[in-house]
Write a protein that binds this ligand. Structure first.
Ligand SMILES: O=c1ccn([C@@H]2O[C@H](COP(=O)(O)OP(=O)(O)O[C@H]3O[C@H](CO)[C@@H](O)[C@H](O)[C@H]3O)[C@@H](O)[C@H]2O)c(=O)[nH]1
Ligand SMILES: [Mn+2]
Length: 557
């Protein structure tokens, strides 16, 4: 992909694309860490001493729980120090991209958007996300958005068809008005729109989409062509969410479909992989692998962006920003991670929903240790990364899935569509390397963390990119129930890794070195923190009632 650009003869040395800055105060932190370490040792010594000389059973119980808690806290503190040893901030210069690479030489980009439930993740949200990325400031014929629908819902397909029609107006509107926030819902919410015609158009599309979801049925009046009616015909009587054949529908085709100004619009493809109760579907990891194969057969772009359906683009120049890393990188470079920034948080963020440490602080620390982990969304990958280590390519089963394969035929070609249906089949992965050695990795509920970890173990590198203007905005769970469910799912997924043979401190340390292994251990063993949290929430009260002192008194010798 880089060759096309390098041929232009303009040097990236003259027009740098990125630079990095090591944080200067890391030495102060190292000195502080040494002092802190001795403080922790002293505290553990105190607990051990109180344990040995416990006067009562109650005191023995309290000292044991405090000792265990502080061992866990100490261990987690130690892991967390790995992030602080070599933090690096990466700067990019996207304004130089078009000086070193002509737009016509830009690499193609396949965008994967995952959705799984039309009621929890409304089709309008999916449509907005798709529109926000289809409106990227990038050559339209090089852009393809693939929406994976694990909910197998005709309403999601309907929403995308409506989005494509509205896109014919929206894309030129954004281009001509230099709109920065290209997600229509977010744009109309934050702008008192001067051009109310487009707003009316959006509102009417929204009404149609919401009404089909509400009614649970797409009325015939809404099916505007035979092709559309045929597509919805696939949702016949036997079609259920857990049991249905593959549905792949090309909603718009680059080079063929044009907007109202006659410009091409990007490819938009709806994919609902085959589901059957008798075979494992591996949740989102399975969905992403199906998309990897379907997109390989149809467009095979060398760069892939993965997005959750609620992650809207907030900056049309994000592809230029990621190119700053891809066009000027080593062959081992595998992915660029953008942070998740959340919509609608109050300024004080009293519930700490921003995940500041996870999304802003730690990744800067990992930048200095061959790159951040994969967050599951907002990530641009080199397609080659999914086929084995940088130095040992793993051949996929069929040549069409090879990352270097050039697709000559159109995405609507009959044989291409047949093959795409085949590779999205629910038994396709049986007796193959998918999920174990190639593609997104199975084996943990947090497929993102686990996949990023295994890719780093194979020798791939990544970079964290956090431009001033948020590249993406997403939603966070707002109800207590959803939030607890999410935390529980993450905790289970992380424990699946920490207690497996691939545990960062056993397996990871051999391939990543101690510092990076401790970074991964910080997350993998994170769920253990629930123990000290529970102890510190209850034990001091019990201690107080028993007249037992948890910490040494100042007067103690
Ligand atoms: O069987 C499934 C289940 C989920 N999803 C999609 O996966 C994404 C993430 O699922 P969600 O239920 O929203 O989980 P979160 O906890 O909000 O997501 C975080 O945690 C996940 C697991 O670590 C990562 O995959 C996500 O990228 C990350 O944002 C959503 O777009 C879903 O539509 C599927 O496609 N198929
Ligand atoms: Mn989510």
């Amino acid at each position: 992909m880089e060759q096309g650009c390098r041929k232009m003869g303009t040097s990236t040395r003259k027009f740098p694309l990125h630079s990095s800055k090591r944080l200067r105060r890391r030495f102060l932190n190292r000195a502080f860490a040494v002092v802190y370490f001795f403080a922790i040792v002293a505290l553990l010594y105190h607990h051990a001493e109180s344990l040995l000389y416990s006067p009562t059973y109650g005191a023995f119980f309290i000292s044991t729980s405090l000792l265990l808690s502080d061992i866990i806290l100490g261990f987690m503190w130690l892991n967390s120090q790995a992030f602080r040893m070599n933090p690096i901030i990466e700067n990019i210069f996207p304004e130089n991209i078009e000086k070193v690479c002509d737009r016509k030489n830009f690499p193609a980009l396949d965008i994967f958007i995952c959705t799984a439930d039309p009621y929890k993740e409304p089709p309008m949200t999916v449509a907005n996300t798709a529109l926000s990325v289809m409106a990227y400031d990038y050559p339209a014929e090089k852009l393809s958005a693939y929406v994976s629908d694990d909910g197998g819902s005709e309403f999601t397909l309907f929403a995308l068809m409506e989005a494509a029609k509205f896109g014919n107006y929206w894309l030129p509107f954004c281009r001509e008005n230099k709109v920065m926030n290209r997600c229509p819902e977010a744009y109309f919410r934050s702008n008192s729109c001067s051009n109310s015609e487009i707003k009316t158009m959006y509102e009417s599309m929204k009404r149609r989409v919401e009404s089909v979801v509400e009614k649970g049925k797409i009325i015939d009046e809404y099916k505007t062509s035979e092709e559309e009616a045929e597509a919805f015909g696939k949702w016949n009587q036997g079609f259920t969410r857990q049991d249905h054949p593959t549905v792949i529908q090309v909603v718009s085709q680059a080079g063929n479909d044009t907007d109202i100004r006659g410009h091409s619009i990007p490819n938009l493809v709806y994919v609902s992989r085959e589901k059957c109760r008798t075979s494992e579907h591996h949740y989102k990891g399975g969905a992403l692998n199906a998309l990897l194969r379907v997109s390989a057969v149809m467009t095979n772009a060398p760069i892939i962006l993965t997005l959750d359906c609620d992650m809207i683009s907030n900056d049309p120049s994000t592809p230029h920003q990621m190119l700053c890393h891809f066009l000027d990188s080593s062959p081992k470079f595998g992915f660029v991670q953008f942070p998740q920034r959340f919509n609608g948080l109050n300024k004080a963020d009293i519930y700490a929903s921003e995940f500041r440490r996870m999304f802003y602080i730690n990744p800067v620390g990992m930048n200095g240790l061959s790159g951040p982990d994969y967050f599951g969304t907002g990530t641009f990958f080199r397609r080659r990364i999914f086929y084995g280590a940088p130095s040992s390519f793993i051949e996929p089963e069929i040549v069409e899935l090879n990352p270097d394969n050039f697709v000559e035929r159109s995405i609507k070609n009959q044989s291409i569509l047949e093959l795409a249906h085949h590779v999205a089949g629910c038994n396709y992965e049986n007796q193959t390397n998918w999920g174990s050695k190639i593609g997104f990795r199975y084996g943990s509920l947090v497929e993102d963390y686990y996949t990023g970890y295994r890719l780093h173990c194979e020798g791939w590198k990544s970079v964290y990119c956090n431009p001033e203007r948020a590249s993406f905005l997403c939603e966070m769970p707002i109800s207590l129930n959803d939030s607890l469910n999410q935390t529980k799912r993450w905790a289970l997924g992380l424990l699946e890794v920490s207690l497996s043979k691939h545990s960062p401190l056993v397996f990871g340390v051999r391939f990543l070195g101690p510092l990076k292994a401790h970074c991964y251990a910080y997350y993998a063993f994170g769920p253990l923190l629930s123990f000290p949290v529970a102890v510190y929430a209850c034990v001091p009260q019990i201690a107080l009632l028993n007249d037992f002192f948890v910490f040494p008194k100042v007067r103690n010798k």
